[in-house]
Design a protein around this ligand. Structure first.
Ligand code: CP3
Length: 338
């Protein structure tokens, strides 16, 4: 077993900087597209043998130091009581979004063993054969709430913010249910064998810092605190984190994941020696030359020395158009950088 990733999570010294890539299993890989030709995305997520196969693809093809469970942050939300569909161009849509207290009252807290057995089975299959640690994941409560309220992706999160400002009771009751679901869901993933978990707060950076402090941070913190006794590393990724990073580091995670809009030197300084930093190459750099990729990656590795340890990653998910050759090159560059 290659433990470099887990050691870095816990702040132990490693021989080289471990690397994995957010959304590393996906459409940029021809091997993934070949499987997707035969099944739709949700069926793929819900078929353990296939989900395990696509989870393993980037480990074999790229040589990354960790695998991330193939699933989606919207899977547990569907089981809370929302109707989910994925559209080829428009992305995910919920046809019955949460807009009133009545909508929120109808939602249930999931029971993972009954509601998402395929996720737990995928983890069990993976743990039998994987040569690298397996990362489980969930959306952080605020990011999950944006999908539930907006009914899909959003540019300015107006419907979500309207509820935060005008109906705090509805917002709080919704967030409490999501938080409970997230704790149950991640605890079950850990019990099934996940060796680390990442909370994706992909849209928390859309909040003013003072709003982040009341509408996103306390719920992420509650999830992380509940997972602490289970003893596995928790990564808290906040996209567009620059304005809220000072607050986010207090959530109690072992690893803070950051995007590229903040310079790694500044992020490492804010994160300090108590936490490991993860990130933060702009996914678009993978469309540049080998020399430029190397220059940017080595610069990030140097700057991350201000934190207690570094896990190399992109600053957000890899783009579907990315040339796989360049991703392989990046992994080699990070490993060779020492
Ligand atoms: O390799 C991995 O990272 C594991 C699998 C994974 C997926 N989604 C698979 C996926 C993970 C960790 C996610 C997380 C996720 N899903 C997030 C948080 C991370 C982030 O990018 O901010 C979010 C916001 C979602 C919701 C989601 N899923 C959207 C908005 C979309 C449509 C846009 C898009 O990228 O297509 C998805 C679809 C999705 N999730 C795909 C994959 C591989 C593409 C589906 C396909 O094969 O057609």
């Amino acid at each position: 077993m290659n433990n470099t990733f887990l050691n870095a999570c816990m702040g132990k010294e490693t021989d080289y900087t471990p690397v994995w890539i957010m959304r590393q299993a996906g459409r940029y890989l021809p091997e993934y597209r070949k499987i997707r030709e035969k099944v739709d995305f949700l069926t793929l997520c819900k078929t353990p043998e296939l989900a395990a196969e696509v989870t393993t693809q980037p480990v074999d093809i790229l040589g990354v130091d960790a695998a991330i469970l193939f699933s989606d942050i919207l899977i547990p939300i569907e089981k809370m009581g929302l109707k989910l569909k994925f559209y080829e161009k428009k992305g995910p849509k919920f046809s019955n979004p949460i807009r009133t207290q009545k909508d929120a009252d109808k939602l249930k807290v999931i029971n993972p063993d009954e509601d998402v057995p395929y996720v737990l089975d995928t983890i069990r299959i993976l743990r039998k054969g994987l040569k690298v640690p397996l990362i489980g994941f969930s959306g952080a409560p605020f990011t999950a709430a944006t999908y539930m309220i907006e009914g899909g992706s959003s540019k300015n999160f107006l419907k979500t913010k309207r509820i935060i400002y005008n109906d705090p009771q509805l917002f709080t009751s919704l967030m409490d249910k999501i938080t409970e679901t997230t704790i149950a869901y991640l605890s079950a993933q850990i019990k099934a064998g996940a060796q680390a978990v990442q909370l994706f707060d992909s849209w928390a950076g859309a909040l003013a810092p003072s709003d982040y402090e009341v509408a996103a941070f306390p719920y992420a913190k509650k999830v992380i605190e509940a997972l602490k006794p289970l003893g596995v590393a928790v990564i808290y990724f906040v996209n567009d984190c620059a304005g809220v990073l000072d607050i986010a580091v207090g959530a109690g995670a072992d690893v803070m994941g950051v995007d590229w809009r903040i310079d790694m030197a500044e992020a490492a300084k804010k994160i300090g020696k108590k936490l490991t930093v993860q990130g933060n190459l702009d996914p678009c750099v993978l469309f540049s030359t080998k020399n430029h990729i190397k220059e940017m990656a080595v610069d990030i590795i140097k700057k991350a020395k201000g934190a207690r340890a570094h896990i190399f990653n992109l600053g957000h998910g890899i783009l579907p158009e990315t040339p796989p050759e360049n991703v392989k090159t990046l992994v080699k560059i990070v490993h060779d950088a020492g």
